[in-house]
Ligand binder design. Structure first.
Ligand SMILES: Nc1ncnc2c1ncn2[C@@H]1O[C@H](COP(=O)(O)OP(=O)(O)OP(=O)(O)O)[C@@H](O)[C@H]1O
Length: 476
């Protein structure tokens, strides 16, 4: 019942002016007939997306084709009373598909390994955190569970989910990133969440006893196993654990080249995987802008600035220096932008991400350091100022593209990504990304900024209205 009444208020909430604008644009585009760019989207596709505008979380969780679909309740998944209370606290009413499918496998006895893949923003964290909190023996004051993530920010976010979900248990947790552990302190927390280097270091220095460890979980597992340093550290940590420990690997992407490592790391694992064409999230409208060189790119970001502050936005650039330089120029031009990358120290990084998470800053320039996992519901625009490439600077990095745009459109929300294309290389990279995921990015024509802005605004406005309506998730 609540769903249908909410739906009415949602429809009501859509601003009249916006509706008129959409109709006007639709009429214009219909009158214009097909353009030379048959493959590119017509304006009407963007602004008549009524379907996206009106789809509620309840609708999506009842749609078998949605990654948020489930036929079960958390209660039926066999979770303890205390954890169910934690879920109520977080305002999770129904599991998502990955949660429904993974939890029975995660909680099987004797424990089995699992490789779990699901689109960005579909609730993988809760799936593995619920397993960790179910497996832990609260009567035993010793480290039992390790959860490793590739960045400080992500480890911190996961720890917050463990603490929130475990609110009605007396679980003890420990953050394990550089400088987070008191000098010489022995770790007795039951769940340790951190980055691989620090966790390995604590084990080597005998501050983290391994004999009671029963579970290791790698979030963004493909990324960690694929990087020489991180992958090595993860393997070394795992090798110091009892052989019987359960191994969990989660990510939205598991490219072919990593599968071999994943199978080695989590032998005989149950697997929940996706096909290539299932990887993109429907709620994220993927756009691109054709800019003629670097100056036009900078000009475009200035023109987008006020749209970026309708909700919150993340601008991804290639390197730290590019982030610093873009922040310097935008600030000099009178705009407020924050900047986060691995060159800042831990405390600064915590402050920058917290300011952004709690809405004190609206536009964040960053490198790939937060391309993965970071969950901030009101991010409704992601800008690929530089398209992501592999280390050679040329080959498109498909996985990073997907993770970057996945910072918006979280758990059924609507969002947009705008990728800047400025020369033949970036054009080819974008084309390769489209072919890889079998998706079509919509072109935003920058010859008429009035129309361009209207198009983007329509998407962003619909996402902010949706946000007021959905009010789900307590991650932020
Ligand atoms: N069952 C649920 N009901 C409501 N909200 C949920 C549910 N499960 C997860 N969420 C919320 O959905 C958001 C996305 O979840 P999460 O960060 O776990 O996604 P993810 O799959 O790990 O994404 P990524 O691949 O980007 O790491 C979070 O804000 C989380 O609180």
């Amino acid at each position: 019942m609540a769903e249908s009444s909410s739906k009415t208020s949602w429809a009501d909430a859509v601003h009249e002016e916006e509706q008129e604008q959409k109709q006007e644009e639709m009429a214009k585009s219909q009158a214009a007939g097909p353009t030379e760019e048959e493959s590119a989207p017509k304006h009407s596709e963007l602004i008549t997306s009524e379907h996206d505008v009106q789809v509620t979380l309840a609708d999506q969780q009842a749609d078998p084709n949605s990654p948020l679909f489930s036929i079960k309740s958390f209660h039926e998944l066999g979770l303890s009373e205390a954890l169910q209370k934690g879920l109520v606290l977080m305002r999770f009413s129904k599991p998502s598909k990955i949660q429904e499918r993974a939890l029975p496998l995660l909680l099987k006895n004797p424990p089995e390994n699992l490789i779990g893949q699901s689109q960005s923003g579909t609730g993988k964290t809760a799936a593995f955190v619920l397993a960790m909190l179910t497996r832990v023996d609260l009567a035993k004051q010793a480290p039992q569970i390790l959860c490793l993530a590739p960045s400080r920010e992500l480890a911190r976010q996961i720890l917050a989910v463990v603490d929130n979900m475990g609110s009605f248990t007396n679980v003890k947790t420990q953050f394990a990133v550089p400088l987070a552990i008191e000098r010489g302190k022995n770790i007795d927390a039951q769940i340790v969440v951190g980055t691989p280097g620090t966790v390995l270091d604590c084990i080597k220095r005998r501050l983290l006893p391994t004999k009671d460890l029963i579970l290791i979980c790698l979030d963004e597992a493909d990324n960690m196993l694929d990087q020489q340093g991180l992958g090595d550290q993860c393997f070394r940590v795992k090798n110091m654990m009892p052989k019987t420990a359960q191994v969990l690997l989660f990510s939205a992407t598991f490219p072919q080249k990593v599968i071999e490592y994943a199978d080695k790391f989590a032998p005989n694992a149950n697997k929940l995987t996706l096909k290539q064409e299932e990887l993109t999230v429907e709620g994220i409208k993927q756009l691109y802008m054709d800019c003629n060189g670097d100056d036009e790119k900078y000009d475009a970001i200035l023109k987008l600035y006020d749209l970026m502050t309708i909700g919150q936005s993340v601008i991804f650039v290639r390197k730290r220096e590019n982030a610093n330089e873009l922040q310097r120029r935008m600030t000099a031009d009178g705009h407020t932008v924050s900047n986060l990358h691995g060159g800042f120290d831990g405390n600064e990084r915590d402050k920058i991400i917290d300011d952004f998470r709690f809405g004190r800053s609206k536009v964040l320039i960053t490198t790939n350091v937060i391309a993965r996992g970071i969950d901030i519901a009101s991010v409704n625009l992601v800008v690929n100022y530089d398209l992501p490439t592999l280390a050679d600077g040329r080959t498109p990095d498909f996985e990073t593209y997907l993770h970057r745009i996945g910072r918006t459109g979280r758990f059924g929300r609507v969002g947009a990504s705008v990728s800047f294309v400025q020369d033949q290389h970036s054009w080819q990279q974008m084309d390769a990304i489209q072919r890889h995921f079998g998706c079509q990015m919509m072109r935003i024509d920058t010859h008429d900024w009035n129309i361009a802005r209207k198009q983007i605004k329509a998407i962003l406005k619909s996402s902010t209205t949706q946000e007021q309506f959905m009010g789900v998730g307590a991650g932020n």
